[in-house]
Write a new protein. Structure first.
Length: 753
């Protein structure tokens, strides 16, 4: 018999020990992360009394995969739309806490004479609180429903996102060995560029791909596709100089905006749990008792820095974000620990070879201590506030309650200029990034490819011309949208009509965008030709004019934007069309040897609302319905007048073949999933009855608006505060203003009638 590979033996040891230890920690109501760390210590070479892992290199590879899937799952729980809806308060709190705690960590490292990279990575580790540990503590203490717990979770979501950015920056700094401001700014700009590029392109392509293959996707294929996309983005991220974890997070955040997100989360959860367990076990394997004893003083100092720093700086962050002192202290004290991201950042530092081996076990020890102290810190917040309230002067308490940076004035919040400029800036930035990416791809890959067909230098002109024309065609919709979009928005028209003083600044915004668009064309022509600058500038301006006047480009850019918005809103549309998501219950055969089986009536069953007599189950399948279980009640020997409802459990008697056929019918007789649910979204439109309208002189009933066009009249606008109801016998007249509700296609047909 062949020997088992060492990897299988090591994996068996890790999982068995992890299972036993985590069961104990579950019984003790402690976080499972700590159980994995303890299990890692038990199977490490530093524990001489137990079996040890033989090949740590393979385990480290599995741990790296665990980090990728952990970050992928984090991205699946993340939504850019949710972050935008949070407002400025959580952003202010998160940025304040991260900056202050990072400075505190760097200062502690400097105090002990550690190297610059050790101090920098230590600061990054201390800046991130543990979402898992805090969530578990709130759950165990019954605090999840309190308002301050929601505030803490909002900031933790932002911290997780900023931790991804921090990891990319630390990687860039570590590779350059020169952490100056210019390099950090360059790293931030690169992150922003690729983040926007990947997200925009991903929202265009991935939801469309999943929608087109929806009929082919079952759980198995969807899992393979999701993990394949995750690994693909991880590889792509490393190719452009970022970490694989960053790419996994980006792909998770893209898939989070698709309809399949909930199903992907459910399918990926076991995979994430398996590889995540291996990662945290590998963390525990790096803990050396000798290092813990040797660095006992730094461990105590770092622990105190976290406890005191989060209590002070955390409370300060929430204070200046607009929270009262008591709430701010409860939030700040809750965040006094480090967890998963500290380990991931430490692993990054070790893999890059820029931090000392001692730092990893030190951080693990600090994490264990602060995790155990988290519930006590949460409880200590209220007594600490009461003590401050008794000791400090009243005016100080009042002043602290009014420290805030997040209350904009009403005038500023509703400023039309601010809204318009932000929209223009956002559109210009996105379309500039897309144009830059398209030009870079064409010049890097397509231009050398075309030049192979024109080998001599004299013939390169033809290759350049082909590449230039194709590049211009690709970016033309982007440039046109950059120049034209928002020129007819409500804010633009309102500002134009408001005062002639606004005309010149508004025209200036258009000219600036024209110059930016011309700059892209100038670069392409200048790169591929030998024309003079004046000629190139003239060509660029002429092409921009052609693009703006082109109706085909106009329709292309509109379709492109609508597709993006539709893909971005797919999950929202699904929730709106289908309501709260409910699981479908399928029949389960039980006790088949005695010909008795239980079946659940699915929520979408075609049998719902029909009597047993109407269904004629006995004559169709030869079975007998012996009982109906509904909401905890048993209806025995139901007659033909009993009605079936979704969620009913029915007990059926019959032969094996009869029960099998009945079970298949229960599964089959359901309303199929609407694969084109995006088209089912209901919209409200205004319709004016003109003199040539076919509805003039017709009543609501005879108009066919409901029966023929599948639309509904919700009211008649008559200059009143509220819409007037339309009586069935009232005839429509010229000039009537109707408000209609219906699907987009139905509304288009009605309005074009």
């Amino acid at each position: 018999m062949a020997e088992l590979p060492e990897l299988i033996i090591d994996l068996a040891l890790i999982l068995i020990v992890a299972a036993a230890v985590t069961l104990i920690f579950k019984r003790l109501k402690q976080p499972l992360v700590l159980g994995y760390i303890v299990a890692g210590f038990l199977v490490s070479p530093h524990m001489p009394y137990t079996m040890s892992v033989m090949d740590r290199a393979d385990i480290q590879t599995w741990a790296d995969i665990g980090v990728i899937f952990l970050l992928f799952s984090l991205g699946l729980d993340f939504s850019f739309k949710k972050i935008l809806k949070m407002g400025a308060a959580p952003v202010i709190a998160a940025c304040t806490i991260i900056f202050c705690m990072m400075m505190a960590g760097i200062s502690v490292g400097k105090l002990f004479g550690w190297s610059q990279m050790n101090c920098l990575f230590l600061g990054g580790m201390l800046a991130m609180s543990s979402t898992t540990i805090i969530y578990k503590a709130f759950d165990d203490m019954g605090l999840r429903q309190q308002r301050f717990a929601g505030l803490v979770m909002s900031v933790l979501i932002l911290e997780d996102v900023l931790a991804i950015v921090m990891m990319v920056m630390l990687s860039a700094i570590a590779s350059g060995n020169s952490p100056d401001g210019g390099q950090m700014l360059q790293s931030v700009l690169r992150i922003g560029f690729f983040l926007v590029l990947w997200f925009v392109v991903g929202i265009f392509l991935i939801p469309a791909f999943l929608r087109s293959t929806r009929k082919l996707m079952n759980d198995e294929t969807l899992l393979v596709v999701a993990l394949g996309l995750c690994c693909l983005m991880a590889v792509l991220s490393t190719r452009v100089g970022f970490s694989s974890a960053f790419g996994a997070f980006v792909m998770g955040s893209i898939l989070a905006e698709t309809v399949e997100a909930d199903k992907i989360v459910r399918l990926v959860e076991p995979v994430k749990n398996l590889f995540g367990a291996v990662f945290f076990v590998s963390v525990g394997m790096l803990v050396e008792p000798r290092v813990l004893v040797e660095y006992a003083l730094p461990i105590i100092a770092i622990t105190l820095t976290i406890l005191v720093g989060q209590a002070v700086f955390g409370s300060l962050g929430y204070l200046i974000s607009g929270q009262p002192l008591k709430t701010a202290m409860k939030c700040g004290f809750s965040m006094a620990q480090i967890g998963e991201f500290a380990f991931i950042i430490a692993s990054l530092g070790l893999s890059l070879g820029v931090i000392g081996d001692f730092l990893y076990p030190v951080v693990v020890a600090v994490s264990v201590i602060t995790t155990f102290l988290t519930p006590y810190m949460i409880r200590f917040a209220t007594p600490c506030y009461e003590m401050m309230e008794r000791r400090l002067p009243r005016r100080w308490i009042v002043a602290l309650n009014h420290i805030t940076l997040s209350h904009p004035s009403t005038q500023t919040a509703h400023n039309k200029w601010r809204t318009l400029l932000l929209q223009m800036l956002r559109n210009t930035l996105i379309y500039s990034i897309l144009s830059t990416a398209a030009i870079a791809l064409m010049f890097t890959f397509f231009l050398p490819f075309v030049r192979r067909f024109f080998p001599t230098y004299e013939l390169h002109w033809y290759a350049n011309a082909i590449c230039g024309v194709l590049t211009l065609l690709i970016i033309a919709p982007f440039l046109r949208a950059m120049v034209v979009k928002k020129n007819h928005s409500e804010e633009f028209k309102a500002l134009w009509a408001e005062s002639w003083v606004n005309h010149l600044p508004l025209i200036f915004t258009i000219l600036v965008r024209i110059v930016i668009a011309c700059a892209f064309i100038f670069y392409i022509v200048n790169y591929l030709s030998r024309f003079k600058n004046a000629v190139i500038a003239s060509i660029a301006l002429a092409l921009i004019i052609v693009m703006v006047l082109s109706r085909s480009l106009k329709h292309s850019s509109i379709r492109m934007e609508r597709l993006f918005i539709q893909n971005l809103r797919s999950r929202d549309i699904e929730a709106q069309v289908k309501g709260r998501k409910r699981p479908l219950y399928e029949g389960h055969l039980l006790d088949r040897d005695i010909h008795l089986a239980d079946f659940d009536i699915p929520m979408g069953s075609r049998w719902s609302g029909r009597t047993l007599r109407e269904l004629a189950l006995g004559s169709k399948f030869g079975i007998h319905v012996s009982s109906i279980l509904r909401a905890g009640h048993r209806l025995n020997i139901p007659d033909g007048d009993y009605i079936l409802f979704p969620g009913d459990k029915i007990q059926v008697i019959g032969s094996d073949d009869q029960l099998a056929q009945f079970g298949q019918a229960v599964k089959r007789e359901v309303y199929g999933e609407d694969l084109d649910f995006e088209k089912r979204e209901m919209k409200l439109r205004q319709m004016v009855i003109t003199g040539s309208s076919p509805f003039v002189g017709k009543t609501l009933e005879s108009s066919g608006i409901r029966s023929r066009y599948s639309c509904m009249v919700v009211g008649l606008e008559e200059g009143k505060e509220n819409l007037s109801a339309v009586k069935p016998n009232r005839k429509f007249q010229k000039g009537d203003i109707l408000w209609i509700v219906g699907e987009q296609d139905a509304l288009d047909a009605l309005l074009n009638a």
